[in-house]
Design a protein around this ligand. Structure first.
Ligand SMILES: *Cc1c(COP(=O)(O)O)cnc(C)c1O
Length: 217
């Protein structure tokens, strides 16, 4: 568990970028990690966790909700419309909004459950055909459409840069798109580049293996 060291690095990087350490949230991506490691993270004070599958997240977190009322769960993986009810019931934040059909399914689930998860729009900054997310040029119109549709509005933008390109270009692009759209938060940076992301304006970084160790299975 490298939590203390990562928090220290994030604080240094935020300051180097002219920001406050309090402006960067460490999201512990707990997918495919052992129960022992998750318990260790909770014991060390970690409360914000990211998952990329609804079913796996329900198994891991539903019962823990009662024990940790200050838990914050974020969905960082793709969401299918037929899982929207379960996702809205479990997650506090959905970071992968990328199409109108999904927004409408989330809206319906909100009416059923009385919950309103905070929302991030996923941006495909590298315009990779196999990757989810809105193309950069479509971000302003999509954010405007989502603001009109979703009562909670759009809290932030999220990206997963192409592995073979310098992440800094993609972090800078996401920050620029957010500024232009008047969106406040930036979810960017993973194990390989969380410090860089924090320096370039990330308000949350999604860290899995660098925090917990390699994933199982
Ligand atoms: C798995 C995952 C992460 C964490 O990846 P690491 O490289 O282990 O830090 C971050 N973001 C998303 C969307 C993921 O699916």
């Amino acid at each position: 568990m490298r939590r203390a060291a990562i928090l220290e690095e994030l604080a240094g990087a935020a300051k180097a970028g002219g920001r406050s350490p309090a402006d960067v949230t460490l999201v512990a991506v707990s997918k495919m990690q052992s129960e022992a490691r998750i318990e260790e993270a909770l014991a060390s004070g970690q409360r914000v966790f990211g998952e990329n599958r609804v079913q796996e997240a329900m198994t891991r977190w539903s019962a823990r909700r009662a024990a940790y009322p200050d838990l914050e769960l974020r969905l960082v993986g793709p969401l299918q419309t037929n899982k929207a009810d379960e996702a809205v019931a479990l997650f506090d934040v959905i970071e992968t909004l990328d199409r109108e059909k999904l927004a409408r399914a989330i809206l319906k689930a909100m009416e059923k459950t009385g919950r309103a998860p905070r929302l991030y729009v996923q941006v495909n900054t590298g315009e990779e055909p196999q990757k989810a997310g809105i193309a950069p040029k479509d971000v302003p119109a999509f954010v405007a459409q989502m603001r009109a549709l979703m009562p909670q509005g759009i809290e932030g933008l999220m990206c997963i840069p192409p592995v073979e390109e310098p992440a800094s270009l993609h972090f800078a692009l996401l920050a620029k798109l957010a500024r232009a759209a008047g969106v406040e938060k930036l979810s960017m940076g993973m194990s390989a580049d969380y410090a860089l992301a924090a320096r370039l304006g990330a308000t949350s970084v999604r860290v899995g293996s660098a925090l917990f160790g390699e994933r199982e299975g």
